[in-house]
Design a protein. Structure first.
Length: 601
């Protein structure tokens, strides 16, 4: 499960990384698959079984526990096929042009395996070269096939007669059961916050507890936005004897998909806190976990139990990656959106890829598209957005709701429905027409999009198939960082870019990863102020004061950091400091505007 690479490819949407392991795991690269959409997993299993000429037996919806069984079957297929791929690679010759040769070519130049690979290439003695070559081949490993469960996507399910099924059959718990029963030895990444029922359900599966040697067949990874969240969730699990192997710290706004903004806490200070408290955090969680395991009469964790801290969100070049790794003593980084431009790594249909390449910076924006009510990174020019607007123009707003993963609203009915559905939006329009809601609230609702279909369609289209019911419109959820990458790249080019062997030409206007996140937070606050200042109050002023104070503290931190540690040329350091001053001035103006409006009131 340990990767030979210092980066991983995070989950992207439902479909963009659904089959990434079949593309990159053979090169030792770890990637993350969403297991929330069992319909998509079953369709992709059908596609790949036919591709591999394997007998495909569908798991129908009337089958007992079909959701978990679909997840398990798809993951077992990924596990089996990637192992076959690696065995095939090991039987290749270590010569230019083979996948085996590319496996070593793509390693970080500082990695011990790459150092030996260079020795191998320079050797003249045939006998010694053969021995070293065999040693290299024996050390070829598969990249980890990790899975993602978004904890908020956990609706209750019903049988055919409309009777509520037991809690264990909810979406998230069923997905976890499918992973737990699969043959994978990898990690589940929980994102979007704590789900007590889901976390407690982990205890039902022995693979999450140490074996007789203290090792874990299946691991738990938490995606968090700050240290406090890591501590709370980590302790909750540790008290159950569940060890958190890794905290993946993600930028609140400089990321793809759903954006869980902090109250102005920036990633630099957040990572600084993790660096400072990492040993204390590990000791506390380890002690708590070992004690819980003892009480449960389970095997203790190995003395080698490790706690990794990684970061993902907006990294654009090798210097940023190196700085983050070195200064914050990280165990790895995540590179997401840039891999949407790498057909060898992700599943992006050609039409969507063309739209990404033609997009302008202003086309990337934080939207209200998600029925979860969480800000969602979106692309104005996607076919999904075109479809949403077309339906409104035809007086048929909303989407048909088939998969029902995001059915959470009981505003108009006892049984939850999705706010992106045609049913809900028609009811909201009637409410507006009767004077029961505002134009602003209605506009927010009409911006909701069907993520269940839109985020799964690209994988099916890219495989040369067609989504059911001809729902071909694609929703794209890239991070803002993608706006600065242009063109498509091979897997080797992108990996070489990450490691500094090659420098992909980025947009000259691209700011440093820290500055970009800061700009995004100021824009976020600015829009919030414009919306909320219609009816200003003292409580809101306190919120703005806290938010802006956190940003100003972050700016001060970066100003000191830039002077001392940023591994950049002097002109880039000067640019970094200038951009910080610009944002600081803009932020001061925003604070003053709120105070002025309150004084008027």
């Amino acid at each position: 499960m340990s990767s030979i690479h210092s980066f991983h490819i995070p989950v992207m949407g439902l479909g963009y990384t659904v089959d990434s392991p079949l593309k990159v795991a053979k090169f030792g690269i770890s990637s993350v698959v969403s297991i929330m959409d069992d319909h998509l997993l079953e369709e992709m299993r059908r596609i790949y079984f036919r591709k591999y000429s394997l007998p495909y037996i569908p798991i129908e919806e009337h089958t007992e526990d079909y959701r978990a069984r679909r997840v398990q079957a798809y993951l077992d297929m990924l596990d089996q096929q990637t192992k076959l791929q690696v065995e095939e690679i090991k039987n290749q010759s270590l010569t230019p042009g083979t996948s085996l040769f590319q496996y070593f070519e793509m390693l970080n130049a500082k990695h011990p395996l790459y150092v030996d690979f260079e020795k191998f290439l320079a050797m003249k003695d045939c006998h010694e070269k053969t021995i070293l070559g065999q040693s290299l081949i024996e050390r070829v490993t598969t990249g980890s096939i990790d899975v993602n469960i978004m904890t908020k996507v956990d609706k209750t399910n019903f049988d055919k007669e409309g009777n509520e099924l037991p809690r264990n059959y909810s979406d998230a718990l069923s997905a976890l059961r499918g992973f737990a029963k699969s043959t994978l030895q990898s990690a589940v990444i929980f994102s979007a916050g704590m789900n007590p029922a889901l976390y407690s359900y982990i205890e039902d599966f022995e693979d999450f507890f140490p074996d007789t040697e203290g090792h874990l067949r299946k691991k738990v990874v938490l995606k968090v936005s700050d240290y406090r969240s890591a501590m709370i969730q980590g302790r909750f699990l540790a008290k159950k004897g569940i060890w958190v192997s890794e905290f993946r710290v993600e930028s609140g706004l400089n990321c793809g998909g759903h954006a869980f903004a902090t109250d102005g806490l920036l990633i630099g200070p957040i990572l600084e806190e993790f660096k400072k408290e990492k040993n204390n955090l590990k000791e506390l969680l380890l002690q708590t976990c070992q004690q819980a395991l003892l009480l449960k009469e389970k095997n203790p964790l190995s003395d080698e139990a490790n706690l990794k801290i990684t970061y993902q969100g907006g990294i654009g070049n090798a210097k940023e990656d190196e700085f983050l790794m070195a200064h914050y003593e990280l165990d790895g980084t995540g590179w997401g959106s840039p891999f949407l431009l790498v057909p060898e790594a992700t599943s992006v249909d050609q039409d969507t890829l063309d739209r990404i390449l033609e997009a302008r910076k202003s086309d990337y924006y934080l939207s209200h598209a998600s029925p979860l009510g969480v800000p969602f990174n979106n692309l104005r020019t996607s076919s999904g957005e075109e479809q949403r607007k077309s339906r409104i123009e035809k007086n048929r707003p909303g989407s048909p709701c088939y998969k029902k993963f995001l059915t959470f609203s009981t505003e108009f009915s006892d049984k939850p429905i999705c706010t992106a559905s045609r049913q809900y939006q028609n009811l909201k329009i009637k409410q507006f027409q009767s004077g029961g809601t505002t134009q602003s609230d209605l506009d927010d609702v009409l911006e909701k999009d069907c993520l269940c279909e839109g985020l799964s369609a690209p994988a099916i289209l890219n495989a040369g198939a067609f989504p059911k019911r001809n729902l071909n419109a694609v929703t794209i959820c890239p991070g803002p960082n993608l706006a600065y990458f242009k063109g498509t790249f091979s897997l080797k080019e992108m990996v070489d870019h990450i490691y500094g062997k090659l420098q992909i030409q980025l947009d000259a206007e691209r700011p440093h990863v820290f500055v970009k996140e800061l700009q995004l937070y100021v824009d976020y606050l600015k829009k919030d102020i414009q919306k909320k200042l219609v009816e200003p109050n003292a409580k809101y002023e306190a919120y703005v004061e806290k938010f802006s104070s956190n940003l100003l503290n972050g700016i001060k931190y970066y100003q000191d950091l830039g002077k001392q540690l940023l591994n950049e040329a002097e002109d880039l350091k000067a640019k970094f400091q200038f951009q910080l001053e610009q944002v600081e001035n803009e932020l001061s103006g925003l604070r003053q505007s709120v105070k002025t409006e309150l004084q008027k009131g």
